[in-house]
Design a protein around this ligand. Structure first.
Ligand SMILES: Cc1cc2nc3c(=O)[nH]c(=O)nc-3n(C[C@H](O)[C@H](O)[C@H](O)COP(=O)(O)O)c2cc1C
Length: 318
């Protein structure tokens, strides 16, 4: 099985990917949180920190683009190809209200004719040798939208179709619609990847039993809750407390350095803890304290309280 780390905007930036790879190597590729190329055709400082190859050394990373403009996509794809990237990913799944209102992300699924013109352009004019993968949902409102979309995707040389089998209206909460992934597995004849709700090695095993023809999965929140999930899925050991502490401290120190702000650093770390606390027996209590922290001293005290707890014995469930 090939395992990808899902893009998680606000969490899995380059600092996170480096720390995760250092302590928990074994993920086959990290898909980056989206870049939003604009018509100015320049990268912001933050985007450069996410995407420049020097910040992504030692592991495979795939940039993701969120745009409905073929021109902007092609500009950005050209820049990324020149940096040495061999694949770019198109975001067709972002459910955010402002993104969808602008007709981007999952909003592109609602207008198949426009999406077809967009795909026509980008696949015709992308830099030679650059692979284009898609990350999509089943549709905007209703999974019955999916067969038409799948037929459309089948017409292009998509290097990998990553399917998160929910519609936009499901956001991230409603149950994953596995029956629609089965539809894709049956009808789609090119590389296909499952994404959504995998939080334990048993989930990955069940998926490969159910879909023996699918050998690629993408995991997001499950890997935040248990950074060693891929290692465990491959038969390796669970994360030790020392590894979790090392990973945490590395990330925390890096954020303090780049943000030069305790408040901003603590804010970023809280997002990770909203998942990672499940690794600790009784982690909800220090989590409450952690959520109230606004500076390094109060944050570090809460983290020490967390690490004093025993690790949870069962598989991490977020
Ligand atoms: C906080 C957060 C940020 C996300 N950011 C992105 C993103 O930048 N690009 C993207 O394609 N998906 C994004 N997603 C969706 C995830 O990549 C993934 O599809 C989703 O969480 C379901 O997979 P999981 O259950 O394994 O987490 C985000 C999800 C969350 C919760």
């Amino acid at each position: 099985m090939i395992y990808y780390f899902a893009p998680l905007e606000g969490v899995t930036g380059s600092e996170f990917r480096r720390a995760h790879h250092q302590f928990f190597p074994g993920v086959d590729a990290y898909y980056m949180p989206f870049l939003s190329p604009t018509q100015d055709h320049v990268f912001t400082h933050r985007e450069r920190r996410n995407v420049l190859p020097e910040y992504n050394q030692g592991f495979r990373a795939v940039p993701q683009l969120l745009t409905k403009s073929a021109e902007d996509f092609l500009w950005c794809a050209g820049e990324l190809s020149a940096m040495g990237y061999g694949e770019v990913n198109l975001n067709l799944g972002c459910p955010s209200g402002t993104v969808v209102a602008k007709g981007k992300g999952a909003g592109m699924l609602a207008r198949p004719e426009e999406l077809e013109r967009f795909l026509e352009e980008i696949f015709a004019r992308a830099p030679a040798g650059l692979r284009i993968s898609l990350k999509t949902r089943l549709g905007l409102e209703d999974p019955e939208e999916f067969p038409r979309l799948l037929e459309l995707f089948s017409r292009y040389p998509v290097s990998l179709l990553i399917l998160h089998p929910r519609v936009r209206a499901d956001f991230y909460k409603k149950p994953v619609r596995t029956e629609w992934f089965a539809y894709a597995a049956e009808h789609y004849r090119a590389p296909l990847c499952f994404n959504g709700g995998l939080t334990a090695p048993e989930d990955c095993a069940l998926l490969s039993q159910t879909f023996p023809q699918v050998d690629q999965v993408m995991i997001g929140q499950g890997l935040l809750a248990d950074p060693a999930l891929v290692r465990r899925a491959k038969g390796g050991p669970a994360a030790s407390k020392e590894e979790l502490r090392g990973f945490h401290d590395q990330l925390y120190r890096t954020y303090l350095e780049i943000f030069a702000s305790q408040r901003n650093t603590v804010f970023h770390m809280k997002e990770l803890w909203s998942y990672l606390h499940t690794r600790f027996e009784g982690g909800e209590k220090p989590l409450k304290r952690l959520r109230r922290a606004a500076d390094s001293p109060s944050y570090e005290a809460a983290v020490n309280q967390m690490f004093a707890l025993p690790l949870a014995s069962g598989p991490a469930r977020s």
